[in-house]
Design a binder for this molecule. Structure first.
Ligand code: LLP
Length: 381
């Protein structure tokens, strides 16, 4: 991934910055598309993972739709050329402004999470003479076996409509003239690496579908959300996620009704491996039991390690010999501002270029201005 020419460019670019390898992105999209097309599955890219314009334009060129979680993401998707009929809008707290943006743009579907939300969409749709297509986001009570901050499909989570509420919800729908129920939506969590979790989701969706069939609902769309995980520990062994097994599993275990369309909302699996956070070593400092490599990026540029104890592979691109252990830390006055403890790196010194890998998803988008810090311009190769 990092040729001597690329490392030279890194050395000449102000750090810290995000680097995106468009070759990896395109290869990922090409495999994803081939595997999804085998079964005519529709994939909506979850913009929340990365909203860089070049990345969005590339994703759109491969024919993916968009999954948005805010009005501004809908506007961004439109600006980057995503078709309205490919845009799904999710979120447990959609504001009136955001709902109006979605209505004005005639999006494909609102994924709805409560009766009060559906009532507001109905009201706003009525006042503009529109009929909003909705899917019910159902909480399937399936454990995603991932970090608890990114687990969303358990009854205890704030997301979705629980099974025991369904009767009330569907009864309510009959009173709402500006709402059309077109499907069911599920999303149980993110960074799911145990594929059997998705098998569990399929079996649960089959049961839930049965509930609707018995009540003579014909739903044209099933949306199973996102969540496919990536290899953070050894990215080079698995640069392209195993889309073949992932889509194959849904084909094997999910029972679709005749003409029913299956949708996915993948974020991380599309963009994680094409991105790296590139940073420079400022100082190496001797600690009691370790050396600290203090770099010029921090939790302000990549929040995942501080927030989820996430592992990202760390590489020194400037040095090769004499391996030692380092705690790689940022400059922010927070002890959680640490990218990795006891990381084996070649002997590291001031000015060395460090790559923090697999940072294409939920990296740049979650960067924040704490300490008035700023990212430098992105570099594409
Ligand atoms: N659909 C819905 C309704 C979602 O809530 C999410 C992510 C996705 C799709 C996309 O999931 P993915 O395929 O990317 O796993 N900031 C966290 C991840 C938060 C994910 C939230 N929802 C992280 O850095 O790990």
């Amino acid at each position: 991934m990092f040729t001597p020419e690329i490392i030279q460019r890194f050395e000449q670019t102000p750090t810290p910055f995000y680097h995106y390898d468009l070759g990896i992105l395109k290869e990922t999209l090409s495999v994803l598309k081939t595997e999804a097309d085998r079964y005519n599955y529709h994939v909506h890219y979850a913009l929340k993972a990365n909203v860089n314009d070049t990345i969005l334009n590339t994703i759109r060129e491969y024919g993916l739709g968009a999954d948005c979680v805010s009005g501004n993401e809908i506007l961004k998707a439109k600006e980057c050329g995503f078709e309205s009929e490919s845009i799904a809008f999710a979120g447990v707290g959609k504001s009136d402004r955001e709902i109006n943006i979605a209505l004005d743009n005639d999006i494909f579907c609102f994924n709805c999470e409560s009766i009060p939300e559906i009532e507001v969409i109905n009201e706003l749709a009525m006042s503009t003479n529109k009929v909003a297509q909705i899917a019910l986001r159902i909480n399937p009570n399936v454990n995603a076996k991932t970090h608890h901050y990114i687990t969303t499909g358990l009854e205890e989570n704030k997301f979705g409509i629980n099974m025991w509420e369904l009767e009330d919800v569907v009864n309510k729908l009959t009173d709402l003239s500006n709402i059309e129920l077109i499907g069911l939506h599920f999303h149980i969590g993110s960074q799911i690496t145990d594929l059997s979790v998705f098998k569990g989701l399929c079996l649960r969706v089959n049961e839930i579908q049965e509930w609707f069939v018995q009540r003579h609902f014909t739903l044209q769309h099933i949306n199973v959300g996102g969540g496919l995980g990536v290899d953070y520990e050894t990215p080079d062994n698995n640069l392209i996620p195993d889309f073949k097994s992932y889509f194959g599993l849904f084909n094997e275990f999910l029972n679709l009704l005749p003409n029913q369309q299956l949708h996915f909302e993948l974020g991380r699996a599309v963009v994680a491996q094409c991105g790296n956070l590139i940073t420079k070593v400022l100082y190496v400092k001797k600690g009691v039991n370790t050396n600290f490599a203090i770099v010029d990026a921090g939790m302000t540029e990549l929040l995942r390690p501080a927030l989820y104890q996430a592992v990202h592979k760390i590489e020194n691109l400037s040095s090769t010999n004499n391996e030692q252990k380092y705690d790689v830390v940022g400059p922010v006055c927070e002890s959680s501002d640490c990218f990795g403890k006891a990381i084996t790196l070649p002997e590291t010194q001031r000015g060395d270029i460090i790559a923090i890998r697999t940072a294409g998803a939920y990296g740049e988008v979650m960067a924040n201005g704490y300490n008035l810090r700023e990212l430098n311009e992105v570099l594409f190769t």
